[in-house]
Design a protein around this ligand. Structure first.
Ligand code: GAL
Length: 632
């Protein structure tokens, strides 16, 4: 079932208006209402004194209107008394400064005392509401990693890191060997000598940084798991977390393994200005629509994180407050973004937030209602979506013919050692994704421990730092073609250069003899069209060369099912690579009108017009911000 919902903060509004709010939500066709995720200071105003009355009544009021409640644990906002009782629970930034009280997410994932408090408040909520008939799902915390909060350089983190290292390496000698600590006399005699990799004179050992990144990610998963274990004991409702756009600091596949549903918070126009490497022309063209691929990428990613079950927990309903500029969407975009999520398999799309708040940090963030409770433009579009989803039964996300492997660990690796300041794992993967979408292809994103690629005609895995089992073995199962690289298998898991030298791929005789990073103004032309930018490898190979630079350096090698790409293609070169792979494998691609994107589900083809003017596709006139669909 496709459904819609909203995010509501009963604690922000006089109790007298809750019933009318609930009735208006139901009238608009909303199914879900998420509450509670920042309400700790109202749930437990004093240590150990719980005030349930207001929350009981809020849940009853919403439930009585027919709404299903998603209840959030309030652990993203520890109240003042809790911080003052033990300020060592605060996260510490890389400069060694504690992160202050007065906004949110000020806690350290490694602090044992804070974790105990989180267990306690979660248990109290589950005791009270675990069997409540209006609670249909749980959300753990809110947006792990938001505001740069995955990494903390606190005393608590340091001692937890030492424990983690001693388990991973067993002896300081093994750690010294794995990290190459003989370099610059960095050897340790015991785990207790090891600090966090901040405040060093110049860059710390990349092996040290990578170990810290793996540790920090594991801390997030552990923190989340502590809540999940408690909720499961007292409730049968599914548990989800709301992830973010382009936040890669923890391994979402690990966190997702403990949850029932993945969800994410989609702010297309905020992302365009805040999180996307886009030219001024691109921003101008999509200022009121958002980037045509950024949301789709995350929809596909979180479908994988949720093992098929995923939601948009927060959907932008109008201008937001937090990007450098915050324009208003074109009329129709709220509907388009909602339908796009459904076309990628979302079970629910919830708008953030119900009513714009006249106080606090987000005063200029639109809601479905204005602060004076009049309707904001997004509400009518939500109503339309509600009518449309009732009329168009859902048929499943459908299997895509092409896939991209996505690996959080590789993102940390290339942040740790970019070797050229433009090298970003997200950017290169996203550039490949865009090319597939420009060719009209629907894409699956796969976790790095995928063991079977037989369903796919084409698999791309740019920037995969280490090729481990079972993926290594799965390359033999690929249904059509797999293209790895650049930087494939370029590091050991401890972040050193492996021997034999990369790429060391089964059946593909090649060696990366040297690598170069290139400043952004440099383009290395490839014979036949397109360029390599940012990153070029010097490949020694006996394999057939499919693409070479104009001065005859191999760029794409191999003619079998497994091929290797030794550079970062620009858009034109990606288009060629996709077109040639499609020809070799019989994949159907098509050239789409400017700004149009398509997505196939099991039953329908959807088309979304992100462009600023109307286009004709399949003899259908699709206006700017328009959506169309056909049975397949
Ligand atoms: C999200 C967050 C919400 C709200 C929203 C504003 O990142 O989960 O609580 O702050 O952004 O756009």
């Amino acid at each position: 079932m496709r459904t819609i919902g909203t995010c509501y903060y009963p604690e922000h509004w006089p109790e007298e208006i809750w019933a009318e709010d609930a009735a208006r939500m139901a009238e608009a066709g909303l199914t879900w209402v998420r509450i509670g995720e920042f309400a700790w200071s109202r749930i437990e105003p004093e240590p150990g004194r719980y005030d349930w009355g207001w929350l009981d009544r809020a849940i009853d009021t919403l439930g009585a209107a027919g709404l299903k409640v998603v209840l959030g644990t309030p652990t993203a906002t520890p109240p003042k008394w809790l911080v003052d009782r033990d300020p060592t629970m605060l996260a510490v930034d890389a400069e060694g400064r504690p992160r202050g009280f007065g906004s949110r997410r000020h806690y350290c994932f490694s602090h044992a005392g804070y974790l105990e408090d989180c267990r306690r408040i979660t248990a109290a909520l589950v005791d009270r509401y675990g069997r409540n008939r209006h609670i249909h799902a749980w959300q753990t915390d809110n947006e792990y990693g938001c505001h740069d909060t995955t990494l903390s350089y606190s005393d608590a983190a340091r001692s937890a890191f030492r424990d983690w290292l001693s388990q991973r390496y067993q002896s300081p000698e093994a750690l010294n060997r794995a990290w190459g600590n003989v370099f610059w006399s960095m050897e340790y005699r015991s785990f207790d000598e090891i600090d966090l990799p901040n405040l060093t004179v110049t860059e710390p050992n990349p092996s040290h940084v990578m170990a810290f990144r793996r540790f920090a990610s594991a801390q997030v998963a552990r923190f989340n798991r502590a809540q999940v274990e408690i909720i499961r004991k007292g409730s049968d409702a599914p548990i989800l977390h709301n992830y973010m756009g382009r936040v890669l600091d923890f391994d979402h596949f690990d966190v997702g393994a403990d949850l029932d549903i993945a969800s994410w918070d989609s702010y297309p126009m905020g992302f365009l200005f805040d999180r996307l490497d886009a030219s001024d022309a691109h921003r101008a063209a999509f200022m009121r629509q958002g980037d045509p691929d950024f949301q789709a990428f995350h929809h596909d990613l979180y479908r994988a994180v949720g093992r098929g079950r995923w939601w948009v927990m927060e959907q932008q309903p109008g201008p937001v407050n937090w990007a450098p500029w915050n324009p208003a969407p074109l009329p129709g975009m709220v509907r388009l973004w909602s339908w796009e999520a459904f076309a990628h398999g979302a079970e629910a799309v919830c708008y953030f937030r119900w009513r714009q708040a006249p106080f606090g940090q987000e005063q200029h963030h639109a809601g479905l209602l204005r602060p004076d409770s009049a309707e904001a433009p997004g509400l009518e579009e939500a109503r339309q979506v509600a009518r449309e989803i009732a009329a168009l039964p859902e048929a499943g996300a459908g299997a895509a013919p092409v896939a991209i492997v996505f690996d959080y660990v590789s993102a940390w690796a290339w942040e740790t050692q970019p070797q050229g300041q433009d090298f970003s794992y997200f950017r290169i993967v996203f550039s490949a994704y865009r090319a597939l979408r420009r060719a009209g292809l629907s894409v699956d994103i796969l976790p790095p421990d995928t063991g079977d690629l037989s369903a796919y005609a084409l698999v791309l895995a740019p920037g995969l730092m280490a090729l481990e089992e079972p993926l290594r073995g799965a390359l033999a199962t690929v249904g059509g073609l797999a293209i790895l690289g650049p930087r494939a298998n370029a590091k050991t898991p401890d972040m050193t250069i492996p021997l034999p030298l990369p790429p060391d791929l089964p059946g593909l005789p090649a060696t990366v003899a040297a690598v170069e990073s290139l400043p952004p103004e440099v383009a290395v032309p490839v014979a036949g069209g397109g360029n390599v930018r940012h990153w070029l490898e010097h490949l020694e190979t006996e394999a057939p060369v499919a693409l070479a630079t104009e001065d005859d350096r191999p760029v794409l090698i191999g003619d079998g099912a497994l091929r290797y790409l030794g550079g970062w293609p620009d858009g034109t070169l990606w288009d060629r690579i996709v077109a040639e792979a499609a020809e070799a494998t019989g994949l159907e691609t098509e050239a789409l009108p400017e700004g149009l994107r398509i997505r196939d589900t099991a039953a329908h083809r959807f088309a979304f017009n992100f462009g600023g003017r109307s286009v004709i596709y399949r003899e259908t006139h699709i206006p700017a911000a328009g959506v169309a669909w056909w049975e397949r």
